[in-house]
Design a binder for this molecule. Structure first.
Ligand code: PGA
Length: 240
């Protein structure tokens, strides 16, 4: 099944379109759906829109949050943690109580085992929302990762690490835990979010290149119910 493509005119529009698509999935479900949400700059307009909608609507938005990735080796209350970022942007403002988050301060192999066991206990995930790295990564699954891998301890690629240091204006750990393809393939729906020309080549390789571990996002070609939500710059290499 080819991906659905939703085209945004700008970042604000991207936030609105992503929010509409997100709420469609949330409200389809009679029980709170399970949702993986990413950090990064790309989803910020979406999260802002979600907060704005919540202020104006009566219906409660509820879901079970599942973390996508996290730095390892940070102090539990470090503000640079992805779990804190997502809490500030979405989970606290929306009063989402059900959160499966990763423990950056835990022993890495025990934490990976805990994450694998929890994710293996879920028959499926209702929605996985992903960004894409300029090198084609999803989550922190970097180029070269085996498509059969489960949640793992990983080393960030140099470019990913540099981009992450830029978020915070300081050095962050180089190692991280991330969900693997074994978990991501449980998604009933997957959203791929991209904004800007810097993502155009990665997005093109993901959906028009070979399905290869060299471009982890190309794995999405083998999945059903994938929605690309991107602006015209990010889609500029797609055939018209
Ligand atoms: P960005 O990061 O949204 O900040 O561009 C996305 C990613 O690297 O996965």
């Amino acid at each position: 099944m080819p991906p659905r493509i939703l085209v945004a005119n700008n970042a604000l529009d991207h936030g609105r379109i992503t929010c509409d698509a997100f709420l469609d999935v949330i409200f389809q479900s009679s029980t709170p759906p399970s949702v993986v949400l990413p950090t990064g700059n790309t989803p910020l307009p979406f999260y802002a829109e979600l907060r704005a909608r919540l202020r104006t609507r009566q219906a409660k938005i509820d879901f079970q949050f599942l973390q996508l990735d996290e730095y390892m080796g940070c102090a539990p209350h470090s503000e640079t943690l992805f779990s804190k970022w997502i809490a500030r942007e979405v989970l606290d403002p929306l009063h989402i109580a059900d959160r499966f988050t990763f423990n950056s301060a835990a022993d890495p192999s025990e934490e990976v085992a805990r994450i694998r066991a929890h994710m293996a206990s879920l028959p499926s995930i209702d929605l996985v929302v992903l960004g894409i790295g300029q090198n084609g990564h999803i989550g922190l699954l970097e180029p070269g990762t085996d498509f059969n891998c489960a949640a793992s301890l990983v080393e960030m690629a140099e470019s990913t690490w540099a981009a992450n240091c830029a978020y915070w204006g300081q050095d962050i750990p180089r190692s991280a835990v991330t969900l693997g393809f074994q978990e991501l393939r449980k998604a009933q729906h997957t959203f791929m979010l991209a904004l800007g020309t810097s993502k155009a080549e990665a997005l093109y390789r993901a959906f028009y290149g070979d399905v290869t571990p060299d471009c982890p996002a190309s794995y999405l070609q083998s999945m059903d119910n994938v929605t690309i939500i991107a602006d015209r710059d990010a889609l500029s290499l797609f055939p018209v």
